[in-house]
Ligand binder design. Structure first.
Ligand SMILES: Nc1nc2c(ncn2[C@@H]2O[C@H](COP(=O)(O)OP(=O)(O)OP(=O)(O)O)[C@@H](O)[C@H]2O)c(=O)[nH]1
Ligand SMILES: [Mg+2]
Length: 305
């Protein structure tokens, strides 16, 4: 198949096509995955998360240029929560990430609409496309402030959390769950006032933990801290490579469970349409002879032991 040949060569058109196939989650996606799966699972996945507007795209744009100089071949997937509403964010990212595209990095926004499971599935498989095409690391940008649609830290080998000074909610955000996930914490926009206070707050709050995460200051505007950040990532890629195998086992196990449960749910959905006990207990429910819990339990018992 031509697509595979072109993918192996890292051709942009082929990558774009393959990712679209994975995103649309159609039978073609299954066929494609079957062909590439053996040659995936080889790259380090870096998740970059943080509140909207923290400077994630701007940072990635500069950082991938620095990472290329450290002899890596990064690709970027931006999980874009707003693209289906305005289309504006993708356009914005194209502008913000233009330098990195010029340097030969593959960059693509993928929509985060659809069921949560579908998003993780298309993300996982898009990562696999990029691995097959020879990219390493694969960087995922996603907005996160506690509750995120895509739990990036489940997918990533390295998680980077980006904060800004002078955004009143920063400390709140730190406390709202992001403390658990980061391998690296960035205080970005360090050209702004309040940087040192935030840095100290992050260090006091997070730095003392057992995991001992790295905390850095960066400014895209002043072009400071970026090279150090890139070097830190490069070094961490080697460290994480050693323990990736174990994490991958856990991830594949939960992916497999997801798929099986999903398959069963779909099958059951179809079965219920024509199931006799379902219509029988539905009638009883409608006439209030029976309550919803009882009806549900009775039907379930006829279906599974
Ligand atoms: N002063 C200052 N502004 C910055 C810095 N980095 C990014 N910005 C600005 O912050 C704004 C948001 O930057 P983005 O890179 O789009 O932020 P983002 O986190 O990707 O945003 P979303 O994808 O919408 O969540 C832009 O106007 C940037 O120019 C920085 O280091 N200093
Ligand atoms: Mg962005």
């Amino acid at each position: 198949m031509d697509l595979l040949v072109d993918l192996k060569k890292g051709k942009r058109g082929a990558i774009a096509k393959a990712i679209s196939i994975m995103e649309n989650d159609q039978p073609e996606a299954k066929k494609l995955l079957k062909k590439i799966f053996k040659e995936t699972g080889t790259s380090i996945v870096i998740g970059i998360t943080g509140p909207a507007g923290a400077g994630k795209s701007s940072l990635i744009n500069k950082t991938v240029v620095a990472m290329k100089k450290l002899r890596t071949k990064p690709a970027v997937l931006a999980v874009d929560p707003t693209s289906h509403v305005t289309g504006g964010a993708i356009l914005g990212d194209r502008v913000r990430m233009s330098e990195s595209t010029d340097s030969g990095t593959y960059i693509r926004s993928i929509a985060s609409r659809g069921a949560t499971g579908a998003v993780s599935r298309s993300l996982r498989n898009s990562i696999r496309v990029l691995e097959y095409a020879g990219f390493n690391p694969v960087i995922i940008e996603s907005v996160g402030a506690g509750q995120t649609e895509v739990e990036i830290s489940n997918i990533a080998d390295i998680t980077v959390v980006v904060f800004n000074p002078n955004t009143g909610d920063s400390i709140q955000t730190i406390k709202a769950g992001l403390t658990e996930i980061g391998d690296i914490y960035l205080v970005n926009k360090s050209d702004l006032d309040g940087t040192n206070q935030l840095f100290d707050a992050v260090r006091d709050f997070i730095g003392a933990s057992e995991r001992n995460p790295i905390i850095l200051k960066t400014s895209v505007k002043k072009n400071s801290g970026i090279i150090e950040f890139a070097k830190t990532l490069r070094k961490m890629m080697d460290e994480k490579k050693k323990i990736k195998h174990k994490k991958d086992q856990e991830r594949l196990e939960s992916e497999l469970k997801d798929i099986v449960l999903n398959n069963i749910k779909e099958k059951m959905d179809e079965m219920l349409e024509s199931d006799k006990s379902f219509s029988k207990y539905l009638k009883k429910l409608l006439s209030k002879e029976i309550d919803p819990f009882e009806a549900g339990d009775k039907i379930t018992k006829t279906l599974v032991k």
